[in-house]
Write a protein that binds this ligand. Sequence first.
Ligand code: SAH
Ligand code: SF4
Ligand code: F3S
Length: 476
Amino acid sequence: MNNKDSFDLPSLNEARKRIGDIPYVDFNLDDDCRNLGKGKTYFIKTHGCQANQRDSETMAGILDSIGFRANDSEKGADVIIINTCAVRQGAEDKVYGEIGALKRLKRENPDIIIAIAGCMAQEEKTIREISAKYPQVDLVFGTHNITNLPKLLNNIYHERKRLIEVFSNMGEIVENVPVTRFAKHKAWVNIMYGCDKFCTYCIVPYTRGKERSRLMEDVLAEIKVLKEEGYKEVCLLGQNVNAYGNDLKLGYSFGDLLEEAARIGIERIRFVTSHPWNFDDRMIEAMRDNPNIMPYLHLPLQSGNTEILRRMNRRYSAEEYLELFKKLKETLPHYAFTTDIIVGFPNESDEAFEDTLKMVDYCQYDNAYTFIYSPREGTPAAKMEDNVPMAVKEERLQRLNEKITFYANKANQKFKDQIVEVLVDGISKRNGQAYSGYTPENKLVNFTGNDVKVGEIVKVRITEAKSFSLDGVMVE
Ligand code: SAH
Ligand code: SF4
Ligand code: F3S
């Protein structure tokens, strides 16, 4: 511990433990924090997955509720929060670059508060590093400490010294927390937090804690309100959404939640991520029978080789994955499928990698997120010898990506000259004259049209199918 700062280091070892019941509590704001942000602004930079995006919306909601206003960049903001991701080393390196760049702002205005939040905050090595090398950071708070943000800021404004609050093992569920959603037509809805799968390469079970589900009535109430507010789409969030409810032991499962959510009648329901190990017929039936559950499934493979899967602790063999995939394809023929794949896991031989390519040839995914294995300190895989040379990892990634692109293109050609429904997100990032949005199958469409309104579902005729997007013209 650094003697300048007073704090306890978080502990990944502690975070591994799965102890205690989950308290369900309501958000509570101390009276002396109510006007803390009056006349002040904030900026939040978000890295990582949808869970982090949703957490940033919570931070924004909390800050808005105590008088802060959002600023549109770091420059000029009184509070700057970097919401970090620890899933791969590359994600962490980016954050250190950003913290470094903030040094100048802090020098120009020592009154600003620079805060580090998110998954990196849960790692002791991050705290050590920040403590030793980044004096410009005023506050570090963990993924279990978000609802304490007003108290933490209040403390810094009074004491004017660096504060670090990271609970390694907490995991209460706080309801009725303020939220400022960044979009007005589609919303993230947490259905569960944490992960108990402990894939050997993955840091998430340590940074996010024990798997814990929100009560079904709370989730459904949130979706009802979103529908009333005019939202067209909800995306149900969890690291393994299909383990939903297992911890509650109230007799309902993810399939039941999907069925009930669909009944609310919101136009589009999505969910991420489902783990191949937790599929059941109830869930598949709910997907088959409800047209407002979008025909898109992200089914992470990670590797096509059974021995590597075993060393990854993925809980399925290549054959079991294939069996599930076939069953899903048969029951849900109109679905688009995407996946995640890691190359270069310890001991991945050429033959093992070929098994992954074979699986891709069989499944012909609509798209895939592909990664080079990145050892995460504190995980079991980090103790295995990282014995695939970087040049080999890079070559494998490239071969894999070529295959993925080929099948992505093939899948998209099916949409050429078709009319698809697009939920409009806004002006296209690629072409300022065009709009963009997603089809039910989660295909990105860039299109032109007159009087296009953000947040509406419009019909678009596809004129060109590219590998990772479709071009089109609005027809109505
Ligand atoms: N809960 C989700 C994924 C969370 S992380 C799920 O199980 O699908 C997103 C993806 O990052 C993972 O699917 C995996 O492919 C990749 N990933 C996780 N840890 C990694 C590591 N140490 N190195 C490389 N890729 C990793
Ligand atoms: Fe990580 Fe595995 Fe949990 Fe996904 S299921 S978050 S890959 S441990
Ligand atoms: Fe990254 Fe944490 Fe999400 S490690 S992927 S932000 S759960």
